[in-house]
Design a protein around this ligand. Structure first.
Ligand SMILES: [Ca+2]
Ligand SMILES: [Ca+2]
Ligand SMILES: [Ca+2]
Ligand SMILES: [Ca+2]
Length: 375
């Protein structure tokens, strides 16, 4: 997901950036744009088609756009500040998506279907048949972040993560929800942060792809406000994920990624899957910082074989770092490309290749980096 950092009193956009997201199953990808405001907030689902048109999507009344409102109807809950694609949580062939109340202790999972219906989706919390699941958490921090993480336990149902940076006496935690045909009522796996009070563990949650190539998707949780300048944790999916496995001090189910950018770097402020940048079949992912650097971790097989923990090669790109995202494959060469921005008027597109290097990407006149400035 993209963690929005800015003026929450104005309408802001955050697109579904993950995977194919065909909510109504018509073969065209759809996307959500959040518009968090100081009132109740809103979000808009734009339906893809063979010939999308701005005048249609922007019309006051159109079937190509579904306008979503805070089902709780309350002000100041930051509905729409965070949106995330969730793949197919219910296993019915339609993509689902997440919109938490980022300041409201509730996260909403919207269920895709052949006949998506805004009125039904906007029904008040607790309404049966709303085609929406309202997941309740404790404390105002629950729902500050949300991310679909594909399928981390390999059962064919997509899974997702909700962050609560204020839980656990200020150390933060995340809830991992495993999808299923009738997963309502199943308790999430709760991972409590151990990075200290005020570390903001869970204020970054992100899909990482399958980093170690074992067939299970992996995910990242950031705690960017530790006294050491931030930390990020890579959690490995498996056939039987467990709280104990993910939280043990010594474990092969988790990898702790340490900050190398110095105090105050806010390493882990952002994270995202980068796709497969070097085309080796292993998922690569980004950890952003406010140090002016972003870090690409290249996926690799477990070492030694049979475990989960890979030896990850890290490439640091310089110039920005607070906003990171996959870009898909911009130039169609089979290597995924990625974007890094500062949130202050610049963004950089990094082109993937079989053998990417920091030297080539960071060169002042690089041919594998495209610098974008505000037009
Ligand atoms: Ca569609
Ligand atoms: Ca699953
Ligand atoms: Ca994996
Ligand atoms: Ca790779």
């Amino acid at each position: 997901m993209l963690r929005w950092y800015g003026d929450t009193s104005s309408a802001t956009g955050a697109a579904l950036g993950q995977g194919e997201c065909d909510v109504n199953g018509d073969g065209y990808s759809d996307f959500v744009v959040g518009a968090s405001t100081s009132t109740s907030g809103s979000a808009h689902l734009y339906l893809g088609s063979a010939a999308p048109r701005a005048d249609d999507w922007n019309a006051a009344s159109t079937s190509s756009r579904l306008d979503l409102r805070n089902p709780r109807g309350m002000a100041d809950q930051l509905f729409g500040r965070v949106v995330s694609g969730a793949w197919d949580v219910g296993g019915d062939g339609y993509a689902d998506f997440l919109i938490p109340n980022a300041n409201g202790s509730v996260a909403h999972l919207y269920e895709g279907s052949a006949s998506v219906d805004a009125a039904r989706w906007n029904a008040a919390t607790g309404t049966t048949g709303a085609n929406r699941l309202d997941l309740l958490g404790s404390g105002a921090g629950f729902g500050a972040t949300a991310a679909g993480v594909e399928d981390i336990n390999g059962d064919g149902y997509a899974d997702f993560v909700i962050g609560n940076n204020q839980a656990n006496r200020g150390g933060g935690d995340v809830n991992v929800y495993l999808g299923g045909e009738s997963f309502i009522g199943v308790f999430p796996i709760e991972i409590a942060g151990t990075d200290g009070t005020g570390s903001l563990f869970g204020l970054t949650v992100a899909y990482a792809g399958d980093v170690n190539g074992d067939g299970y998707a992996d995910f990242v949780v950031g705690a960017d406000a530790t006294t050491g300048g931030g930390v990020a944790h890579l959690y490995f999916g498996s056939g039987a994920p467990s709280k104990e496995g993910w939280t043990a001090l010594e474990t092969t189910a988790r990898m702790d990624l340490m900050n190398g950018d110095g105090a105050g770097a806010h390493f882990g402020f952002a994270a995202a899957s980068a796709g497969d940048v070097d085309g080796d079949g292993y998922g690569d992912f980004l950890v952003g910082a406010q140090s002016g650097r972003a870090h690409l971790y290249l996926g690799a097989p477990a070492s030694p074989p049979g475990g989960a923990v890979p030896a990850l090669r890290r490439i640091d790109v310089t110039g920005s770092g607070g906003v990171v995202s996959t870009a898909g494959d911009i130039n169609g060469d089979g290597y995924a490309d990625f974007l890094v921005g500062s949130g202050a008027g610049d963004a950089h597109l990094y082109l993937g290749s079989a053998a990417p290097t920091a030297t080539a990407w960071n060169d002042a006149s690089s041919t594998v980096r495209i610098d974008l400035v505000s037009p």
